[in-house]
Design a protein around this ligand. Sequence first.
Ligand SMILES: [Zn+2]
Length: 280
Amino acid sequence: MTTQAKLGQVTTKDYRGVTIHTYKSPEEGLYVTSQIVETDDGLVVFDAVFHTRHAEDLADYIAGLGKPVNRIVLSHIHPDHWSGLSVLHQRFPQAPIYALPEIISYIKENGQKILDARNEAFGNVVAKTPTLPDHELAVGAQTIGGVRFEFERQPDGESDWQTIVRLPDARVVMVFDLVFPAEHHLFTVASHFDHWIEILEALKGDAAKGYDTLMVGHGNPVGYDVIDGNIAYLRKAKDIHAANSDAESYAKALKDAYPSYYGGGWVDFSSLLLYGIINP
Ligand SMILES: [Zn+2]
């Protein structure tokens, strides 16, 4: 079922007895998502979106579900996923915020500088100050409100540190920005092409165990059929990166290689990070 929030769009589905709401920001918010898992005793919310007003919209939607937020989990180090934590923390102050220790350290060290730079680049649309996760996420299996979760940590993918979350009963894997929808540009903001491809190759093994849905960081849930296209894109991007010494020529070559793909603006911005023009 798809419902319209005030600004974003929500897809709600029962995945083998586990209800998950996927909040998708509008285009100006990069279609960044938040996943809301309903458990026996409340909600577990993954990621907090980018623009402050979209985070307010997300918080309104969550409040409308009428269940307590028992936990918020941040997936990776990029600000389009954690800027909105300020709003979620304000609206749901009792909810602990979890992230891998490496992610917490990164935001502690770089968060303010990143928000200042993004507010300058995008016109004061994101949080003024970072809200730090206050609980360290442990890898491994955990049952929360009767729903089983498995948390995995991976370095050197789309970002320096990211979490993969499997829900074995729902047969859903939250891969966040490790996977993008078909015919979309990927965010190549770090030069970890080889290990990112390794992570994707390993993810394909889950399909044999019956997993069939991937929750992505930008866009609606997808199937495993998109992974090979993502891998081909990363191989191409790696070659283009090796052949080009500046951000502009990298972005042009990548857009020329995939002229029909959505997100040319994403490539322009990603290339500035990849070549260190914007850092961090
Ligand atoms: Zn993202």
